[in-house]
Design a protein around this ligand. Structure first.
Ligand SMILES: NC(=O)c1ccc[n+]([C@@H]2O[C@H](COP(=O)([O-])OP(=O)(O)OC[C@H]3O[C@@H](n4cnc5c(N)ncnc54)[C@H](O)[C@@H]3O)[C@@H](O)[C@H]2O)c1
Length: 443
């Protein structure tokens, strides 16, 4: 099939290469000419495992190309996927839908033959119905430019795998034709036995925001338990293991620590609550503002614990932050909890050095005030305190005895409870963990 992907960011670029991999002819469109130039030259504009290889294969096959011209996209595609950003509005919790509206306004006037426009961006419920009306009004082909919604559940770091082998496909449609077209688009994925859920537009939109709200709630639940554990000397990891054995609860997403961030969960739960308030049912989702508050509190708790480890003062101390991305295996620093903590500590007068395997370039351009250091050893040199805040594998592989020779004082706060605490303690480190007692350092 001839497919366009409008918006080639983290979601769209991966979707475009995976659709080409699935055998379709794909044209990616973005208004960011630098991104389109990079993609056309075979350079992935961000770090995502597996993406560069598939991008190269797609370009070489001749089935994948890129443009900045909406008229070219309209002429090319039978199916147009909308993958533009839906960030939080400045000064409000609601989603900013201007990019989606702009994308439809740019595409629709060029639609002269029947086609299917498929939203993949995460949106407040009701958005698809509004866009469907706008599309029919602006497209010369009228209502034969049909709209469907197909929310995306990929995880950065596993985006290629999640797109080629998702755990389910959800489509919101208004008729059988749209569903048939989408079944054809996803035929190779359906052939793997992937569950297919076809529903109305509103339910499809809600599936995504409900899923993210549930995941965010699970993380904040265990972080709330971590606060109780800290107050009582209990161990949140053992608690999570024990409750996780109950299949109704499950162990995944129950790792206590610095909490969630990134370009999705925080803004999605806020936008969901804001939309519920518009609908007059805000109180049904009031719990999401508690989920948000608990999550943000982990950042201040981490800063407090770090201050305590340093004897009550940051001024004049050197602090090394390991990890600036919001999660490992990504270079995405949007609403990154580790970067937030680094900036709070720098604002209190510490000399903060940050390291990250993939996110340093983004951190440097967004926060020139932070000292970004390329090697872990240089980042740790002379440190009074290490903060392990993004759980990259590289940090779990560090030798605590060797790292102790780099720093001024062997103090470590593991904000992800992911390092081998007994091993670090045995190498003489004074440790602080979130939600559980730390082993005492070997003297
Ligand atoms: N990143 C994820 O892991 C993920 C997962 C699932 C869903 N989503 C959702 O997907 C959407 C996109 O997220 P993202 O992380 O890819 O964002 P992003 O900021 O990386 O990408 C958005 C892209 O859209 C482009 N764009 C904006 N307006 C445009 C227009 N009018 N025409 C063409 N291109 C335009 C931007 O230049 C940018 O390249 C959001 O709604 C997000 O919530 C993201």
């Amino acid at each position: 099939m001839r497919i366009t992907v409008i918006g080639t960011g983290y979601l769209g670029a991966v979707h475009a290469v995976c659709m080409a991999q699935a055998g379709h002819e794909v044209l990616g469109l973005d208004m960011d000419a630098a991104k389109i130039d990079a993609l056309s030259a075979g350079r992935a504009p961000f770090f995502e495992p597996g993406l560069p290889e598939l991008l190269g294969e797609g370009l070489d096959s001749g089935r994948l190309s890129f443009t900045t011209d909406p008229a070219e996209a309209a002429a090319f595609g039978e199916v147009h996927f909308l993958c533009v950003g839906t960030p939080q509005q400045p000064g409000s919790n609601a989603a900013d839908l201007r990019y989606l509206h702009a994308a439809v306004e740019a595409l629709a006037p060029h639609l002269h033959r029947p086609c299917l426009v498929v939203g993949k961006s995460t949106v407040p419920v009701g958005t698809a119905a509004v866009l469907a009306a706008k599309l029919a009004e602006l497209a010369p082909v009228g209502a034969e430019a049909e709209l469907a919604w197909n929310p995306e559940f990929l995880r950065e770091g596993f985006a290629v795998e999640d797109t080629l082998r998702p755990d389910r496909l959800v489509v919101g449609v208004t008729g059988e034709h749209a569903e048939a077209v989408l079944r054809e688009v996803y035929a190779p994925v359906l052939a793997l036995g992937t569950p297919w859920i076809s529903t109305d537009l509103a339910t499809a939109e809600l599936v995504k925001t409900a899923a993210n709200s549930f995941l965010a709630t699970k993380i904040s639940f265990i972080n709330a338990m971590a606060e109780i554990c800290d107050a009582t000397g209990a161990n949140v990891t053992t608690l999570a293991d024990a409750i996780g054995h109950d299949a109704r609860i499950g162990r995944r997403f129950l790792d206590a620590g610095l909490g969630f961030g990134g370009g999705c969960l925080p803004k999605d739960i806020r936008a969901f609550h804001a939309r519920a308030q518009e609908l007059g049912v805000g109180s049904a989702l009031d719990f999401l503002s508690h989920v948000d508050t608990i999550n943000l509190r982990q950042r201040t708790r981490t800063v407090e614990a770090a201050r305590e480890l340093l004897g009550g003062e940051f001024a004049g101390r050197r602090v090394t932050v390991l990890g600036v991305t919001f999660k490992p295996d990504s270079d995405d620093i949007r609403d990154s909890p580790s970067l937030h903590v680094a900036r709070m500590i720098a604002a209190e007068g510490a000399e903060v050095r940050v390291h990250d395997p993939e996110g340093l370039a983004n951190a440097k351009s967004a926060h020139p005030e932070l000292e970004c250091v390329e090697s872990v050893e240089d980042a740790c040199a002379g440190a009074d305190l290490l903060l392990h805040l993004t759980p990259w594998r590289q940090y779990r592989e560090l030798d605590p005895a060797e790292v102790a020779t780099w720093v001024r004082a062997p103090r470590l706060l593991d904000g992800r409870n992911a390092l081998d605490a007994p091993r670090w303690a045995a190498a003489g480190w004074t440790l602080r963990l979130l939600g559980k007692p730390a082993p005492a350092p070997a003297s």
